[in-house]
Ligand binder design. Structure first.
Ligand SMILES: CC(C)(COP(=O)(O)OP(=O)(O)OC[C@H]1O[C@@H](n2cnc3c(N)ncnc32)[C@H](O)[C@@H]1OP(=O)(O)O)[C@@H](O)C(=O)NCCC(=O)NCCS
Length: 199
């Protein structure tokens, strides 16, 4: 395989970044999570891309805390949240994701970050990818897609005359996740993964 170059994201990468991300998420539980503009961050960010022969084939974005628990969950130490990590489907399993994560973690550690966090939905291969790279699941809740009259009935009601819900997306943080998973067709367990890194 041609050499992989990992470098900082530049504004002119935006179109390729959006396409790579959309394609990467197509075969995951985030298949409908398509962006049309790249996110901008309030805190210092580490935004890297991987290219092969000039073609953008992978990306990672971390937002780094300068004050603990302002971006990440309430756990000890300065954290950085992995908001985006994606490798083009035609370039998977070649070490690109690992290389992006490793470079980003090194930069974060030099900035005093002691832990990384990432949210994932329930794709077992993605979760095991994180676990094989030192992450462990520390929290979770449900993402619930509510679709059509039968699922909406008794769950979602509009209080605005003439506004008729057709679909809804909800977070479930209650104590009966099995009942929710049994009641709606599309339910994902959204898990928070954490990895402690040295600074
Ligand atoms: C997760 C992801 C970033 C990994 O990138 P990658 O460049 O393929 O990963 P690497 O080559 O560094 O690592 C290869 C590992 O991933 C696993 N893997 C990658 N793609 C896989 C697939 N489609 N099915 C099963 N396993 C896969 C390999 O088995 C291998 O495992 P191991 O090294 O632990 O044995 C990439 O698959 C991806 O873009 N996924 C979709 C987007 C996503 O889920 N992002 C993270 C959640 S926010």
């Amino acid at each position: 395989m041609e050499a992989i170059d990992i470098r900082e994201y530049k504004p002119e990468d935006e179109e390729s970044w959006l396409r790579c991300r959309a394609l990467a998420f197509l075969n995951t539980a985030y298949y409908d999570n398509v962006l049309r503009e790249k996110e901008k961050y309030q805190n210092p960010a580490i935004e890297l891309v991987a290219t092969i022969d000039g073609l953008l084939v992978g990306l990672i974005d971390l937002e780094c805390e300068t004050v603990p628990n302002t971006v990440c969950s309430a756990r000890p130490g300065l954290g950085a949240m992995i908001w985006h990590l994606a490798v083009h489907p035609d370039y998977r399993q070649k070490g690109i994701g690992t290389a992006l994560l490793s470079r980003a973690a090194d930069i974060a550690a030099k900035r005093g970050v002691v832990r990384l966090e990432a949210w994932t939905r329930d794709d077992p291969w993605v979760q095991s990818w994180y676990e094989c790279r030192g992450f462990r699941a520390v929290d979770s809740y449900l993402h619930v897609f509510i679709d059509g009259a039968s699922e909406l009935k008794g769950a979602i009601k509009s209080e605005i005359p003439g506004l008729l819900p057709v679909q809804a997306f909800a977070h479930y943080v209650g104590k009966e996740p099995e009942a929710i998973a049994g009641r709606f067709k599309r339910v994902h367990r959204c898990a928070l993964y954490e990895r402690r890194i040295l600074s």
